[in-house]
Design a protein around this ligand. Structure first.
Ligand code: BT5
Length: 316
């Protein structure tokens, strides 16, 4: 199998800029067209951008560009090729004593995770999939609630300021550009009832993917920075600059709380003022997103006029 894949890659590289027909690959390698297509899919998963046109065949558009491990060295960034989930690896590092603000980043995640057991599509060498360990002093789990919102505000501000990209926040953890999901945040914590030992803030951002690289079920609802701006990003520089913004931002949060992030969050959010449906207590709560509290909870006014304050949930 791997031999066929290498052969196909070799042929694509030799014929750079030209289409090679599936038929000729299949007869040269003595495998079925379906087998050719399967190997092309595998190459795509590894970060090769390969276009396909009926009657013309396959063409290599781009090879994967990996993160620059030299540049990341000595910066408390643990770099992996492939992991199950960077959040899980970060938890392991944190349990072994890794300091606050360490980052785990991987080229690909085999089982990237969203919230509530959902999965996060994390193909090789095209996005940024990373987790930052936070070690706050004397933070209670109750006060850790806004961490996801703080991360979202930092990210939106970073992309607006440094890249001119109109990132928006959908409460609590979705990052959108023009209504499509470009990233998400998964925050987990370890601690006791009254004290947080550490937090892991997992961040996934689609960076250089093309639309056709997303699986069918995500194609209409997702986007990447590259799709939105037409540029290809240097993911190493992006990661390092994001790390600086996150360190600065979380430092501020741990000293001054959520207050400094309240207005930025409101500036970038697309939730307040909207009709929303929240999956809640096993059912649905419908109403209008009225306001964000100073603790980062969402106030929803239901259709009977009653106001509910929601700390954690899922808008659908
Ligand atoms: C999230 O969950 O949005 C949190 C995603 C966090 C991912 C990072 S990557 C680094 C770290 N390590 C991990 O294992 N996770 C974190 P949620 O709100 O539950 O959204 C999940 C839903 O988003 C899925 O059910 C899909 O519909 C959609 N989705 C999955 N992959 C996507 C992608 N790459 N781009 C856009 N949407 C995606």
């Amino acid at each position: 199998m791997a031999k066929n894949r290498d052969e196909i890659l070799g042929r694509l590289l030799e014929n750079r800029g030209r289409y090679i027909s599936g038929g000729s690959l299949s007869s040269d390698l003595k495998i079925s067209r379906t087998a050719v297509w399967k190997q092309v899919s595998e190459l795509r998963k590894k970060g090769y951008l390969i276009s396909a046109i009926p009657n013309q065949g396959y063409r290599l558009e781009r090879e994967p560009v990996l993160l620059d491990s030299e540049k990341l060295r000595g910066s408390s960034i643990f770099y992996y090729q492939s992991v199950d989930s960077t959040n899980l690896i970060a938890r392991r590092h944190a349990d072994e004593g890794a300091p606050g603000y360490s980052i785990v980043v991987a080229e690909e995640q085999e089982t990237g995770r969203g919230r509530l057991g959902r999965s996060w599509f994390s193909p090789r060498a095209s996005g940024l999939w990373f987790s930052m360990i936070l070690r706050p002093h004397m933070l209670t789990p109750a006060n850790a609630g806004p961490v996801t919102l703080v991360a979202a505000a930092i990210l939106a501000n970073h992309f607006a300021g440094q890249y001119g990209l109109p990132l928006k926040i959908k409460w609590p953890n979705d990052l959108l550009i023009r209504g499509k999901k470009v990233g998400g945040i998964l925050t987990e914590l370890r601690g006791e009832l009254d004290l947080v030992e550490y937090l892991v803030v997992g961040i996934g951002i689609n960076v250089n993917q093309e639309q056709e690289e997303f699986p069918k079920d995500l194609r209409k609802i997702s986007t990447s920075l590259s799709i939105e701006s037409g540029e290809i990003y240097n993911r190493t520089d992006l990661l390092l600059s994001l790390r600086d913004s996150l360190v600065r931002g979380f430092n501020r949060f741990f000293t001054d709380g959520f207050a400094p992030f309240y207005m930025p969050w409101k500036k970038y959010n697309v939730t307040l003022g909207q009709k929303v449906t929240l999956s809640w207590q096993g059912g649905l709560l419908q109403g209008k997103a009225l306001q964000l509290t100073l603790n980062g909870a969402l106030q929803i006014q239901d259709n009977r006029g009653e106001i509910h304050t929601i700390n954690y949930g899922e808008l659908i």
